[in-house]
Design a protein around this ligand. Structure first.
Ligand code: NAP
Ligand code: FE
Length: 389
């Protein structure tokens, strides 16, 4: 056995944790670049709490509030330039995965002069320290060393890329947030779709974490716990109340914790092929990231089950996954169908194009899918027509 485990984020979950633990924020620097999306951080009170904590500490800040969902390289370069121009010495990222990932990239770009076309794949040696406040319960970015961005820049710094935008991940231990403040109150008003889709993202991190070639004793421990926590919320998600505020605080808290724990799992194991495939749905259709993973999950898991059954040389993992889920695969797929509702359908042309594309995370999958397998999974998940599944 080999293990190489790193988890340097101090994660705090409690009511009003940002203000109560503001002294920790006080240790990060003098002036923060606060990174948010356009509206939610102000609407849910997280930005006001951050300002209260920073002011009580005597810390200054400048706000970058322009992060879109699935942030682009252009957006994070702007945020990095603002941090540099304003002399910020730390970053406080508040929001879903998009502002947290943008904040991580800005923390690097503030102290490294990296042209847009060179950011992906370039090693960097420094980054500003970062604190993260998740307000969705899904990506776990607050405990991962990844920043997932949309690369829009072609060779020579030309935008747009001739081949179209691609989702790319930057990974470095410097991108682990120093601090993660988990306060479920910020996600209380999150609507049904964002709540369910982000929960699907967290669930897919746990599931994919268990099906990664890099899965370890520790990542499996974390993945299983995150899956069990979300499993305990599935009934509440399936019967989501018309008023999002009516979903109990207990469920919100469980989802938030599960998401952070699943983040710790993929920090070790990485994600596998559904994540890479799902990026195409997000880029082409604007499908929420978690929903994209959810749409592909059934086809992927059934493909894994069939391969395990057909090839005795494969050490089976689906039974262990089902034990973490507390149900068999068919029942789980039924629950996913209920949560997904009507599935999006791809055209034959889209299926042919996507099925032919190499998938980066395929190599990280415990059974490596070939191009035909990927095509089959896309077809199974998204084939046109209304045939019942
Ligand atoms: P998101 O794009 O961050 O946010 C989705 C929407 O939710 C936005 O409209 C946002 O509004 C709103 N929102 C956020 N918090 C809210 C709240 N408390 N109440 C009401 N509305 C709220 O979505 P996400 O699913 O959390 O993040 C997706 C991104 O994370 C993708 O780019 C994905 O690739 C990435 N990701 C990263 C990792 C990682 O390890 N780093 C892992 C998985 C996924 P505002 O825009 O107004 O804030
Ligand atoms: Fe994800």
């Amino acid at each position: 056995m080999t293990l190489n485990y790193l988890m340097p984020t101090r994660m705090i979950l409690e009511d009003d944790c940002l203000y109560r633990n503001r002294f920790l924020l006080g240790e990060l620097g003098r002036k923060a670049l606060v990174v948010t999306g356009k509206n939610s951080a102000r609407a849910n009170g997280a930005y006001a709490d951050a300002v209260r904590a920073l002011e009580a500490n005597g810390q200054d800040h400048v706000l970058f509030q322009w992060v879109m969902s699935n942030p682009t390289d252009l957006c994070v370069h702007e945020a990095g330039a603002l941090a540099r121009a304003e002399g910020c010495d730390f970053v406080l990222a508040i929001g879903g995965g998009s502002p947290m990932d943008a904040g991580k990239a800005a923390a690097v770009l503030a102290v490294n002069n990296i042209p847009k076309e060179e950011f992906f794949g370039l090693a960097f040696k420094t980054a500003l320290p970062l604190a993260a406040v998740p307000t969705t319960a899904g990506t776990g970015s607050e405990t991962t060393p990844y920043s997932v961005l949309v690369d829009t820049t072609g060779p020579g710094g030309k935008t747009p890329r001739k081949e179209g935008p691609v989702k790319r991940s930057v990974g470095s231990s410097l991108l682990f947030p120093r601090l993660a403040f988990l306060d479920p109150k910020y996600s209380m008003g999150l609507n049904r779709d964002i709540t369910v889709h982000t929960a699907m993202d967290a669930l897919s991190h746990g599931i994919e974490g268990m099906l990664s070639v890099r899965a370890s004793h520790i990542s499996n421990l974390l993945a299983r716990e995150s899956i069990a926590l979300i499993q305990g919320c599935l009934d509440s998600l399936c019967t989501f109340p018309p008023d999002p505020w009516a979903l109990s605080r207990e469920v919100r808290e469980k989802l938030l914790l599960a998401s952070s724990i699943a983040g710790m799992a993929i920090a070790q194991s990485g994600t596998v092929v559904p994540h890479s495939m799902g990026y195409l749905l997000t880029l082409n259709w604007g499908t929420d990231h978690g929903r994209a993973n959810g749409l592909l999950m059934e086809s992927f898991l059934k493909w894994c089950r069939a391969r395990e059954a057909a090839d005795p040389s494969i050490a089976p993992r689906i039974p262990s996954l089902c034990s973490a889920l507390g149900m068999d695969l068919d029942r789980f797929c039924g629950v996913m169908e209920q949560l997904l509702g009507k599935r999006e359908k791809a055209t034959e042309k889209e299926l042919a194009a996507w099925g032919a594309m190499p998938m980066k995370n395929a190599a990280n999958t415990y059974i490596k899918p070939g191009q035909e397998d990927i095509m089959e999974m896309f077809q199974d998940a998204l084939a046109p027509g209304d045939a019942p599944r």
